[in-house]
Design a protein around this ligand. Structure first.
Ligand SMILES: [Cu+2]
Length: 421
């Protein structure tokens, strides 16, 4: 497979408006959906046809460090006109995604995102398996991507939130589906900064996976919050009649209709469906906490209204604020651990802003509240002022990034790295 990062002109706005110049993989936005069997080797020839360096990061995949796609840390940036061969095994089934890790705000913000689906060896019992890449763009009056990626205001506040929300690169909200079908809906929050708070009206889906990894099967009882980088797999039973609406209520007073699923075929009666069976577990060793477990404090500071924010250092992770995005502040690890060792990380968000913190190369356990059991994740959302602990087990050796997945927070200091030895 070849993945070519290249410019393209796509019709994003309504008919009659100018096409939008975007950055794409293989001319598509989102990039081609990669589907691969669990345990199989992904082999991708990356071609950089952009006017600036780039890489591909495979978000959530546990892979050898050299394949992680972080310029200056795991590989050299791929110069314009150059190529890089990514080749690695995908040990975990689930919903993942890929995107550049060079000038992330600018490159993802111009459209460079794509889904990576690792399929279970035995298909689960659904009628359709649908992926929705949720993203947004900031489009100006001329239908072009606004070139305000360096906005200090965005960087110090909630990031560069777009004004056009898309499902799989499309602004359409209406979807026709055969009634009574059971759908596996894979949701990927691929936005640069926008957080989604999805409310399902007309049916109550089942949650079966978070960040690619199986969860106990349970009905969604509250809005499904997905921050940049996060994924959720749902089972949705399309009602026999009427419609299923999905609204986004994350930002107060800015709720909107994300999608309306209508039955394409009128059907008498409704099939009451049983709860779906859960997904098979992935070969992830759960971190085991004990009284001997080392505790790593991780302090997040800065942003608008913070006394420690400076123009050249808006955000800080444990007191450090790497200045250059592509420098990644990779000189000193934020913490080190041995392969197989488990640490507890006490994240402390002392800011007035939301931060989805992503750790590369591992799957960690979210220790929500005081419970010791929580979902496996690769990205955990910290609310303003929130303290939250995770249990993380050293997996593949190497130096791995830690960063906020609000890309304008990342590029303005909210990043670091940890080393597995
Ligand atoms: Cu952040």
């Amino acid at each position: 497979m070849t993945l070519s990062a290249q410019t393209a002109q796509l019709q994003i706005g309504p008919p009659g408006t100018a096409p939008t110049s975007v950055w794409t993989f293989n001319g598509q936005l989102p990039g081609p959906e990669i589907r691969i069997a669990q345990g199989a080797e992904l082999d991708a020839n990356f071609v950089n046809a952009l006017p600036e360096p780039s890489t591909i990061h495979w978000h959530g995949i546990r892979l050898p460090n050299a394949m992680d796609g972080v310029p200056g840390l795991t590989q050299a940036a791929v110069a314009p006109g150059q190529t890089f061969q990514y080749r690695f095994r995908c040990p975990d089934a689930g919903t993942f995604w890929y995107h550049p890790h060079y000038n992330s705000s600018g490159q993802l913000g111009r459209g460079l995102v794509g889904a990576l689906i690792v399929e279970e060896s035995r298909p689960i019992g659904v009628d359709q398996d649908i992926t929705w890449v949720l993203s947004d763009l900031r489009i100006d009056d001329a239908s072009q991507i606004a070139n305000d990626f360096q906005s200090r205001h965005d960087a110090a506040h909630a990031g560069r939130i777009g004004n056009v929300v898309m499902i799989n690169g499309n602004v359409e909200t209406d979807f026709l589906l055969p009634s009574n079908q059971r759908i596996r809906l894979r949701l990927i929050a691929a936005s640069s900064a926008r957080i989604f708070g999805l409310r399902f009206l007309g049916a109550t889906p089942w949650l079966i996976a978070i960040d690619g990894h199986p969860t106990p099967v349970e009905r969604l009882r509250a809005d499904l919050v997905l921050a940049p980088g996060q994924r959720a797999d749902l089972i949705v039973d399309v009602p026999a009649s009427g419609s299923l609406r999905i609204e986004d209520h994350f930002y107060a007073r800015q709720a909107y209709l994300l999608a309306s699923l209508k039955s394409a075929v009128a059907s008498a009666g409704s099939a009451m469906r049983e709860a779906p069976s859960g997904l098979p577990a992935n070969p992830v060793e759960r971190p085991a906490l004990s009284s001997q477990t080392r505790v790593i404090p991780m302090l997040i500071e800065g942003g608008a209204r913070s006394p420690v924010a400076r123009p050249d250092a808006i955000w800080r992770l444990n007191g450090l604020s790497p200045k250059e995005h592509n420098d990644h502040g990779h000189h000193v690890p934020t913490f080190e651990l041995k392969r197989g060792e488990t640490v507890r990380i006490d994240l402390n968000n002392q800011t007035a802003w939301f931060h989805p913190m992503h750790f590369h190369g591992v799957v960690f356990q979210d220790i929500a509240g005081s419970a010791t059991e929580g979902p496996l994740r690769d990205t955990v959302l910290l609310r303003p002022g929130e303290k939250r602990s995770i249990a993380l087990r050293g997996d593949e050796p190497g130096r791995w990034m830690i960063h906020c997945h609000v890309l304008e927070h990342q590029s303005n200091g909210l990043m670091g790295m940890f080393e597995v030895t």
